[in-house]
Design a protein around this ligand. Structure first.
Ligand code: FES
Length: 183
């Protein structure tokens, strides 16, 4: 009888363990769906960036979700060049490139004077450098020399296939930018 009781208890215990594993697996499987259904559970990531210390032509670089974001205050000459110099670009209208809908324009930005982009080259992801004296080739990649204009649009002869990627963002005030990402 004692032996029989031991077998029953063992079976009961094993059943409970299997049920526990199944429940845990189901939770892992369905968590992303449940998370997207319940607004409070879907964590929005944001980062406030102060632009008040930036002058014309300056570039600020901030770490954001494991990447680097560059924020530049464009000069009037740079803004003018964006409209005039489009024939030497690979994707001048950013049809194939990645940006929020509000940045699918000539400036690839919400405001024509402020440009925001990820600093990773679209070839193999190297961090692009900033050319302070060149209104046309504003950014260049040290790895294979791809060049990008002041809207992050890549030049036609570059190894990089696409324009620099633009993150989602909004302005909280004239000098306060909010980088946003949900997930
Ligand atoms: S990684 Fe930038 S050009 Fe190759």
């Amino acid at each position: 009888m004692r032996f029989h009781g031991y077998v029953l208890n063992r079976r009961y215990l094993l059943t409970k363990i299997v049920q526990g594993f199944s429940l845990t697996g189901a939770l892992f499987l369905f968590y992303p769906f449940v998370k997207s259904w319940i607004p409070g559970l879907s964590q929005a990531h944001t980062l406030e960036v102060d632009l008040s210390d930036l002058s014309l032509g300056d570039v600020k670089q901030v770490p954001w979700l494991g990447r680097r974001v560059m924020i530049t205050i464009r000069t009037p000459a740079e803004v003018k060049a964006l409209i005039e110099k489009t024939d030497s670009l690979k994707d001048p209208d950013s049809i194939r490139s990645s940006q929020p809908e509000f940045a699918r324009n000539m400036h690839r930005s919400q405001r024509s004077d402020v440009f925001v982009a990820y600093g990773n080259c679209t070839h193999f992801g190297c961090i692009v450098g900033v050319n302070s004296s060149d209104a046309h080739a504003r950014f260049s990649c040290p790895c294979h020399q791809s060049e990008f204009d002041a809207a992050g649009r890549v030049f036609a002869d570059a190894a990089a296939p696409l324009n620099l990627e633009i993150p989602d963002y909004q302005f909280l005030s004239r000098n306060t930018l909010l980088l946003t990402s949900s997930g």
